[in-house]
Design a protein around this ligand. Sequence first.
Ligand code: CA
Length: 409
Amino acid sequence: MDSAKTNRIAVSILICLIIAGTVIYLIYDQIKPQKESKVEVAVQNAPQQAQGTAPRKGAQRPEHPAEPLPQLNLLHLDGTPLNFSDYSSKIVLVHIWSTTAPFSLQDFNYLKPIHDKFLLDPRLVMLSVCAEGDAATIKRIVDGTKIGWLQAMAAPDAPAATKEFLATPGLLILGKDGSIIERPQDWWEAFAILSELLPRVRTSQPNGLVMDFEQIPNQPTTTPEALPFKRIPPPSSDDAASHAKLSIVDGRLHGQSGGPQVLIDGRLPMTNDSPPENFFFIAKSVEGRFLIDLERAVNIKQINSYTWHAHERSPQVFRLYAADGTAPNFNSAPKFGIDPAKVGWTLIADVNTNPAPWPRGITGISLHQKDQTKTIGAFRYLLFLAFPTETHDPQGHTFFSEIDMIQGK
Ligand SMILES: [Ca+2]
């Protein structure tokens, strides 16, 4: 073999090795655990946690002394006196508003998701107080915008201290002793503070359902049905939800979220930080509601939900209602502020997988009856109320990767 030919062969082998190395690197780069990226999809000026570290435990707020609540002369809308002592031992979110301050009226809409989030939490009372004492006007506004929490107004003969207290619309948080412990600047800050003051309490699932949780290490997801889950089933591409109709009932999707179809395509994302292959709501929002319509009543045996994210979008935080649609007052798309249980829906589960193991891997939950020969029930509609997994930055909505409805017999 002449030396020119040998050189050509050597160069060819070298080029092949370089190409093979590049391909292997690119494949590895796609599937490796991306510990260094916090996802976090482009919301400018959003505070970011330190990269690659476990999450912080709550917001850092300046310490300040509690202020005493002045003696107030307030009335319920039926004219009976409102006594703050009735709410001692509770945290009270007070919203002061006025018919002459439009932004304080706007707050009603921003507070609805906070009310929804804490709807089942007896530790919180929400109270809106109108600076004016016109019960008929207040009732008209409250009924018109479907406000579900406590309302009060100034008594007609209220002393100057009450009028002074109500002169500045805004938000206050009262501690269990009735003193003013926080003056949140806006609804998001109020939500973050309340989330810290009222940490999650583990409760059993409604209707005796069992929730299994499992996390497996980061790995290729090209064949989701072969993922090595042991406590829960792997994702399915052929379940009762695979051809369901999906819609957003209220809230806004994040600009980088995939469409709702990613929830039922039978696939998981290709990496642990792949926004378009997940479904998630916009930053700095307290709630998002979405609907799965199976288009027929299905006797559901298991409801399984999967997420894959390196950081704070891994835990699953949502409340789930189901309906067959036959209730006379059934509302198939209840917006923020409407309690689904009052418009034909049944509470199925209150899911919060925090604290999730660290480091994060591919996670899933399975909801089912303890006796797995029994089914959860026959339902056509499933309504998900999604809430942030954390509040120390605004980027906390769960990356929902796949939701399966497994039919029973
Ligand atoms: Ca999917």
